[in-house]
Design a protein around this ligand. Structure first.
Ligand code: MG
Length: 157
């Protein structure tokens, strides 16, 4: 068994377009992430956790933000790209646990859809995928709504 952890944070800025994504789900929100890709912090943390568990580097080495290929990239596609890397190393995902930290939007209505979407991308049962949301109690940049962060832990066998 091997464990991997991942963390990501992105700055939030006001947006009039509906371009906010978390765990592969589009969520109505008055802000968007400043990012080279679509800024999906949950998936970025998950990718780092998976790559970390397999000792396969990190998201930046596989998808450099200096590469125009990944401009506005769909993070779901980046995550899907990592699966064969894991499998070629002989790893299978046992479980995934993600914590998203943000004051807004409230994520409870979207947690189930996030789990379904990640299960679809990772080709595993949703029972192996946990997504949790919490606030930063008004503290620091996340607490002021200036940023959104995510942590992920995975176990691969
Ligand atoms: Mg990121």
């Amino acid at each position: 068994m091997r464990i991997g952890t991942g963390y990501d944070i992105h700055k939030l800025i006001p947006s009039t377009e509906s371009d906010f994504k978390l765990a592969g789900i589009s969520i109505p929100f008055s802000k968007r992430c400043v990012a080279h890709s679509d800024g999906d912090v949950a998936i970025h943390a998950l990718i780092d956790a998976l790559l970390g568990a397999a000792a396969l580097g990190d998201i930046g080495t596989h998808f450099p933000d200096t590469d125009p290929t990944y401009k506005n990239a769909d993070s779901a596609e980046l995550l899907a790209y990592c699966l064969p890397l894991l499998e070629s190393n002989g790893n299978e995902i046992e479980n995934v646990d993600i914590t998203i930290i943000t004051e807004q939007p409230k994520l409870a209505p979207y947690i189930s859809a996030m789990r379904d979407r990640l299960a679809e991308i990772l080709k595993i049962d949703r029972g192996r995928i946990s997504v949790k949301a919490k606030t930063n109690e008004g503290l620091d940049a996340v607490g002021r709504g200036e940023a959104i962060a995510a942590q992920a832990v995975v176990l691969v066998v």
